[in-house]
Design a protein around this ligand. Sequence first.
Ligand SMILES: Cc1cc2nc3c(=O)[nH]c(=O)nc-3n(C[C@H](O)[C@H](O)[C@H](O)COP(=O)(O)OP(=O)(O)OC[C@H]3O[C@@H](n4cnc5c(N)ncnc54)[C@H](O)[C@@H]3O)c2cc1C
Length: 414
Amino acid sequence: MDTPDVLVVGGGIGGLSTAYALSRLGLRVRVLEQAKEFGEVGAGIQLAPNCTRILDAYGLLETAKARGVVPDRMVMRDAVDGRDLTALDLRDLERRYGFPYLVIHRSDLHRLFLDACRDAGVELLTEQRIASYAADPATAVTDDGTTHTAPVVIAADGLHSVARKHFTDDQPVSSAYVAYRGTVPIAEVGRPVDLSEVVVYVGPRCHFVHYGLRGGDLLNQVAVFESPKAVAGLDDWGTPDELDTAFAATCDEVRAGIPRMWRDKWWRMYDRNQISTWVDGRLALLGDAAHPPLQYLAQGAIMAIEDGWVLAEHAKRLLGEDGTVDWDGALAAYEAVRPEHCRRVVLTARAWGNLWHLGGVEREQRNTLLRARATDDYSFTDWLYGPTALFPEDEPAMFEPVPLSTADELSATR
Ligand SMILES: Cc1cc2nc3c(=O)[nH]c(=O)nc-3n(C[C@H](O)[C@H](O)[C@H](O)COP(=O)(O)OP(=O)(O)OC[C@H]3O[C@@H](n4cnc5c(N)ncnc54)[C@H](O)[C@@H]3O)c2cc1C
């Protein structure tokens, strides 16, 4: 086999989007995927303007919009009483950030990148399970002993990354929460649902999300809850009986959705503590392998896509006339900017999830604060939805967190 310019391990959304970004520079890219076929499991995915901006740069945005739904509004409701808490006007948000908020089936997004890679001539190999790596020279070795080398290896091998072991012996951190997913043909939903909205119902130790997919043909639903069995330290956690119990005290709209969740598969929610070293020699981590988040900010796949875009932008900047890239420079620039951004997202996702899942007095305080928020207040999204930083000095300032206790002062003045 010829030696490619770049090896990408993992053919998920992170690996394929990166392979495509690098192939656009004229580089010869090989993707090594362990599965028999390229594909994605799961249902919908939300793509905020910091991602649709990149899809536009790749010339893929119009196809993504045609395959997905561009909603008008995102609304947060209390899962117990069903009342509105706060909302984002997604058309106004698009005007502010220049690009739309899009929801799409994850297999459609994956297929978009797979087709783009095929059209660009990316070498796509399946049944290549990488068991070990070396950084110098950059090498990935399959479990049957086949050795692949290239000037650079990008490991996008997901939450349970083998490549990450090269950097740390850490383990995924369990949140004790579990996600159920499901898509329902819209004609079979059996209750009125406004598909111009992305809706999240937040409740004590649970939440429920729904939005439309495929031009409104499908309703995507996600039900997430804290598993009592996980909290008790049992191995067999997140089972369907726990799903039903977790949502028993929620409002009618949420309870109506629960019987339509897929019950034969569920996703236990893990993230990892952040590491700031993602590069060793010519081996680099990318996507969930580097920074798996809890999903509450809906930024996991987006961060992976941003990683690939940032890496490719630096590779373009450092591309010589002979077609070779100064990879040491490009990888250093990548590692200078991405870990800090992703650290912020991973930590904020944990805090945002905690806020969603409050009960008792704290739930009331949260609701007071959310209801007081002006719809056109973008101070909580500017750090996330603006242009992806290429250099550390371009990373926007974080928002100021609002302490829950300020809700009491707010209530007293009303
Ligand atoms: C319930 C839920 C909802 C979510 N919602 C959103 C959302 O709305 N928006 C968003 O942006 N993100 C969301 N995410 C997060 C998002 O799904 C992930 O962050 C994203 O898919 C990570 O992509 P990845 O390519 O880095 O990893 P993965 O998708 O895990 O891909 C890794 C690939 O590497 C392959 N692989 C693994 N090991 C090896 C090996 N040893 N050798 C070769 N190949 C290997 C795997 O087979 C796989 O194809 C959500 C996650 C969950 C669980």
